[in-house]
Design a protein around this ligand. Sequence first.
Ligand SMILES: Cc1cc2nc3c(=O)[nH]c(=O)nc-3n(C[C@H](O)[C@H](O)[C@H](O)COP(=O)(O)O)c2cc1C
Ligand code: SF4
Ligand code: SF4
Length: 263
Amino acid sequence: MNTTIFYFTGTGNSLKVARDLEVELGDAEVSSIPRAISEKKVLTAERIGIVYPVYMFGMPLIIKKFINQLAADKNNYIFAVATYGGLAGGAISQAASQLKRRGLKLSAGFSVQMPGNYTPLYGAIPEEKQNQEFARQQQKVKEIAAVVREKKDKLADCGSFPVNLIFSCLLYNLASPRIPLMDKDFWVNEKCTRCGICAKVCSVNNITLIDGKPNWQHRCEQCFACLQWCPAEAIQYAKSTLGRKRYHHPQVTLEDMYSGKAL
Ligand SMILES: Cc1cc2nc3c(=O)[nH]c(=O)nc-3n(C[C@H](O)[C@H](O)[C@H](O)COP(=O)(O)O)c2cc1C
Ligand code: SF4
Ligand code: SF4
């Protein structure tokens, strides 16, 4: 296998981008980051891709953990793709810095705009707008694949210095250490049918069921999969998510999500 594309996803955007890259590149496979961490997977691919959503203008905490465990050396060609809703900030620069600390190089980095999924701030955008973003995403994947195929150096979409300083450094460094505990604001209302999907869809196994209802265990990544995939829309976050339209990528299924879970 020439390329392994590792992904982390809450609502399928990053998985869709990883899969489209897999098809476009050929001789590639996608692999879940939570699963790879739990399996302590040894890498053999020449090219390594890391695809992840932007959180707080930076990387999800699990991406830092993954990079720290990555079995790679200077001969590997490493590229990153960050999917984002509105402003990617320094999410690619953060991956480059983290790899550098390990003596590794991020050769290419891109961001791809997708529908936002941060329901505490907004509901899902209309389907027509989603489809426009998906069409642009497919074009961008072709451009990324052309760079990766030739193993070119191209750090695109690294954000501007003032935005990265304020949002991706100051704000991110202040807020991100609190992410694992931020699940204390999740709650479940009377619509819960005790189906157990929320526990199954959490890729880092942060939810246990008590009397069939979810309890969050404070190892959260804030991916919002539990809230977005609950078929009864029973899961809420603080006060603002009631009545807001949920989102997940239309071509990603619950089975896809389950197959990427940490063991
Ligand atoms: C906790 C959280 C924080 C987010 N922060 C940002 C952000 O800073 N900038 C942005 O453009 N999108 C942000 N988003 C939106 C996601 O990056 C975007 O929807 C992404 O494509 C989701 O990918 P996924 O479907 O693979 O989980 C955030 C989403 C979540 C859940
Ligand atoms: S997915 Fe929703 S309905 Fe099902 S157990 Fe979880 S909270 Fe209840
Ligand atoms: S508890 Fe919910 S938000 Fe936290 S990691 Fe699991 S699915 Fe994602």
